[in-house]
Design a protein. Structure first.
Ligand SMILES: [Zn+2]
Length: 296
């Protein structure tokens, strides 16, 4: 009978146990190594995320540019006012004509009135929320078939917010509205000069919604137009006593550097005209922002 000796069985058992011990050891070693490798990978991802978050934070921090404290205002003679009482009507067109005919600036009560009466300028009393108050722009003649095109083949349009006109209740409301009328007139003057100079990039900024992206050159003109128009608008606002209106922007008009900064911060997205983010880095540079590159 072939019987396995107890000695051989024991050796076999020991060998099995030893092999199992080696296998368990190897398994523990492998899981530890795997856990370590996972921890290293996780740490690398965490570091990368932290770096990205930090870079984002640094980027946003570089964009910050709070206004300087407002400085002294220029001393200007008050303009005589011949506006009051305003008509009791709530008809926006009648109110607009009253504001233009009795505007404190001769540019408005002479030149703009004459342009409106001769058909050289169309009127657009638009519906909008309270923020958009006025808009000088030009439109394609097909959009206004009865109007007469100008030298650029465009129809000039002087737009005012009909709701703002109809809701004027105080003298201050009227004076603020006159300031917006003045501001849009200044844009008309810029268009008039650009037409004389046949400046295509400058004229591009007056053709409203028909343009896709603006060229950097047009963005520059956009900034310059708004900046120059606001400077003159603020001087006018001082002369008729509403300098503290317009989100306080005019309080910086006494210092050109501070005014540029305030002008840049005037709209939350720093665009001069909504829907044109391509102009923001150009605006930042022209405003004198210390890090215009972060707006790219
Ligand atoms: Zn403007």
């Amino acid at each position: 009978m072939n019987q396995t000796s107890p000695d051989r069985s024991l050796k076999f058992l020991i060998a099995i146990v030893a092999l199992m011990a080696i296998a368990v050891g190897a398994f523990i070693g492998w899981t530890r190594y795997d856990a370590h490798r996972n921890a290293v990978q996780l740490e690398a991802v965490r570091n990368q995320t932290q770096l990205a978050d930090q870079a984002k934070l640094d980027h946003e921090r570089l964009k910050e540019w709070p206004n300087q404290p407002p400085g002294p205002l220029p001393k200007l003679e008050p303009l005589p006012l011949n506006l009051f009482p305003i008509p009791a009507t709530r008809d926006p067109e009648a109110l607009m004509r009253h504001l233009i005919a009795r505007h404190p600036s001769p540019k408005i009560h002479q030149q703009l009135l004459s342009l409106l009466n001769s058909g050289g300028m169309s009127i657009d009393l638009f519906n909008a929320d309270r923020k958009v108050v006025g808009q000088f722009r030009t439109v394609d003649p097909r959009a206004a078939p009865t109007a007469k095109p100008d030298a650029n083949g465009r129809i000039r349009v002087f737009g005012l917010n009909r709701n703002r006109l109809a809701s004027m209740v105080s003298e201050r409301d009227v004076l603020v509205m006159e300031t917006f009328v003045y501001h849009e007139w200044l844009h008309y003057e810029q268009y008039f000069l650009a037409t004389l100079n046949k400046n295509a990039a400058e004229l591009e900024t007056f053709i409203g919604d028909e343009v896709g992206q603006y060229s950097p050159e047009s963005c520059e003109y956009f900034w310059k137009h708004e900046h120059d128009a606001w400077r003159d608008t603020c001087l006018f606002a001082i002369q008729i006593g509403v300098v503290d209106y317009f989100d306080r922007l005019c309080l910086w008009v006494g210092d050109e550097t501070a005014f540029k900064q305030a002008r840049f911060n005037y709209t939350p997205d720093h665009t001069v005209t909504p829907g044109h983010p391509e102009c923001i880095p150009v605006n930042a540079k022209l405003a004198g922002h210390p890090h215009p590159e972060v707006f790219q």
